[in-house]
Write a protein that binds this ligand. Structure first.
Ligand code: SF4
Ligand code: SF4
Length: 187
């Protein structure tokens, strides 16, 4: 048994759910702030990674679940590699997101939820990310039709956006989605 499974787990329902989802015990955190100091996105977060972990430990479940922090997380894992207590903070971020979606809590940043749905729908259909299709899906969801037009044109001119999709691996990806669906039904 690892240290993280034997250490005391917070009484918070959410901290326990995070432990079940990710195997990460937030009670190992001693607030050194190394995760927050290294996080490239922390300037935009409402609670820095270390603060979110602390809130989890204190049982401030509503605050955590309605925070912008995990939705802004870029999953770069800098926090995870810096943590002296071996708390995989990036995994905690993922777990909080999964639990929030499961509990029907809408992302505090609407566009992030729209992006997630557009990207997943696109990958499910095409087998891999087809950027143009994903952009169309995102625009339909956010209704920000002309936002980032200049950037899109620039990418297109540089050959970064392909007009036609490739369906390579589409069957395999579809099978993965089916498998996930079956697992989720069992849970
Ligand atoms: S994984 Fe997320 S929280 Fe951790 S450093 Fe990267 S952006 Fe910040
Ligand atoms: S680096 Fe680890 S111990 Fe330090 S504040 Fe972040 S989670 Fe806690």
């Amino acid at each position: 048994m690892t240290e993280s499974t034997t250490a005391t787990i917070s009484q918070s329902g959410l901290a326990e759910a995070v432990f079940e989802e990710s195997g990460q015990n937030v009670n190992l955190c001693y607030q050194c702030m190394k995760c927050a100091a290294g996080c490239p996105i922390s300037y935009a977060m409402d609670y820095k990674p270390a603060q979110l972990i602390h809130a989890l430990r204190l049982g401030m479940d509503d605050l955590v679940l309605n925070s912008k922090t995990m939705w802004l997380c870029a999953a770069c894992e800098t926090c995870t590699t810096r943590c002296p207590q071996e708390v995989d903070v990036a995994k905690v971020m993922d777990a909080v997101k999964i639990i929030a979606v499961r509990r029907g809590i809408k992302p505090a940043i609407r566009e992030v939820g729209c992006f997630n749905r557009a990207a997943l729908a696109n990958i499910k259909k095409m087998g891999r990310m087809y950027e143009v299709g994903m952009i169309v899906g995102l625009k339909m969801r956010t209704l920000a039709l002309f936002k980032d037009m200049k950037l899109g044109m620039k990418m297109f001119m540089k050959g970064k956006l392909k007009l036609l999709p490739s369906f390579t691996g589409a069957r395999r990806t579809w099978r993965i989605f089916q498998r996930v669906k079956t697992i989720e039904k069992k849970d």
